[in-house]
Ligand binder design. Structure first.
Ligand code: ZN
Length: 442
């Protein structure tokens, strides 16, 4: 972001007023698609994202070894149902793609209720919800249904059809790179493998898309790399195939579960005290919203791979309610009602604030460090007398000069002074213009 733009740290709310509605529209469009870790649902999803940002779509062939993993066969599904002996469809994939266990092998057979029940999954505690289940790495099949549906099943013969295919194909993912002033990168990663689930993770996809769209219009200090990948196997594959690029990644965020009404949760990177960790904590502490910052643990989303010891990247995970902490998680209740425009918009604003501070979080050196420089003759002192806001700015100028010893970032200065970071930033910009500060390159 260019230095002359004094507003860089102020979120321009008017400009982003409709962003919540726009993000929600994207979520609504993506919601019906049956995604998985591979297959046409992912391609269709990436194609829709392409209408927002010029995504590069990569196809990695099945069978390729990626570290200790193998890119799986590609799964596609056209239809699936269970019919009772009266020929009535009692479970229908066309009503909800969650009805079929994701990655189910093809099935076309008749069976007794007892045989069928071995392949049925329900949530007795939430009898109206359909669970979401997967069988990516074990060839199997099954159906998920509401517990109420399950209780209605009578003895008899059932016709079970899963019109799917599990064959050599590709793992598909999307990547969007925005070149900045430096080759140092910020990684924004989200998973694209969940079918009709809103919070996990259409919310993360939509925030990533709109952040990318916004950043693409700016002149950024950092380069930005957006990854739209299947969970786990996607990040393993990307890291394995792009190891040479990994050293450029200096900061990063995994975005997931950012569309529900719960409090914000930031999960720190494995490093724990990385710049992104400090900034995320600062932004949430100053957001006026409820939030929690939690330490890294090796369970969750793709931060597990980015923070594996062989990479140990400064990548945290930005969420509202963490996975597993809300009953709707991995069920049909994680739907378009559970996710709301105001919540995704709020998540977008917090993420944007994090990135804006990151962009501006520079370290400076006072060019007149022996005693204070005379600010009055430069028009930096009491330029407009008597105004409380101007007095604040003077204090900010004095703080910046005092802490511009090459040891303090802009965030350090804001925290040490207790002043808002945008006020500190404005002071730093004014001092730079008068050659009283010099930026230290990292
Ligand atoms: Zn999930």
């Amino acid at each position: 972001m260019i230095i002359d733009s004094i507003k860089t740290l102020d979120i321009e709310r008017n400009q982003t007023e409709n962003v919540g509605q726009n993000m929600y529209q994207l979520i609504t469009k993506l919601y019906p698609i049956c995604r998985s870790i591979t297959g046409d649902g992912v391609r269709e999803t990436l194609n829709i994202i392409k209408s927002f940002i010029p995504l590069e779509v990569h196809e990695v062939p099945s069978g390729i070894e990626v570290y200790d993993w193998t890119v799986p066969k590609e799964w596609n599904i056209r239809d699936a149902y269970i019919k009772n002996d009266r020929g009535e469809k009692i479970v229908d994939f066309r009503n909800s793609n969650l009805h079929v266990i994701n990655y189910s092998i093809p099935v076309n057979q008749k069976m007794s209720l007892a045989q069928l029940k071995e392949h049925l999954f329900t949530l007795p505690d939430y009898p109206d919800w359909i669970p979401y289940r997967t069988t990516y790495y074990k060839e199997s099949w099954g159906f998920c249904l509401t517990h109420n549906q399950y209780l209605e099943l009578a003895d008899g013969e059932y016709e079970v059809v899963i019109d799917s295919s599990l064959e050599a194909g590709y793992l598909t993912y999307g990547e969007y790179f925005i070149a900045g002033e430096t080759t140092e990168e910020v990684l924004i990663s989200c998973h694209t493998c969940h079918p009709s689930l809103g919070n996990d993770n259409l919310s993360g996809i939509s925030v990533a898309v709109f952040l990318a769209q916004h950043l693409s219009k700016l002149q950024n200090r950092y380069s930005y790399r957006f990854l739209f990948i299947p969970g786990t196997i996607g990040s393993v594959t990307w890291l394995c195939q792009n190891e040479a690029k990994v050293t450029n990644i200096k900061h990063g965020l995994v975005l997931t579960c950012v569309g529900d009404g719960g409090k914000f949760t930031y999960k720190k990177s494995r490093q724990g005290k990385a710049e992104i960790d400090k900034i995320a904590q600062y932004v949430l502490a100053n957001s006026g919203k409820e939030y929690e910052v939690i330490d890294f643990f090796p369970y969750g989303y793709d931060e597990r791979q980015y923070c594996s010891p062989g990479f140990n990247l400064a990548v945290g995970c930005f969420m509202r309610s963490p996975h597993g902490s809300f009953p709707e998680y991995h069920t049909s209740a994680d739907n378009l009602d559970f996710v709301q425009p105001e919540y995704v918009a709020d998540s977008y604003h917090q993420c944007l604030s994090i990135l804006q501070i990151l962009e501006n979080n520079k370290t400076y050196l006072n060019q007149n460090p022996k005693c204070e420089p005379r600010l009055g003759k430069r028009g930096l002192y009491r330029a407009i007398g008597g105004q409380a806001e101007e007095a604040l700015n003077e204090l900010a100028i004095l703080w910046v000069l005092n802490l511009a010893d090459g040891e303090h970032t802009l965030l350090d200065m804001a925290q040490r002074s207790g002043m808002a970071i945008n006020v500190i930033n404005k002071a730093a910009i004014a001092l730079l213009k008068h050659d009283l500060l010099k930026e230290i390159s990292a």
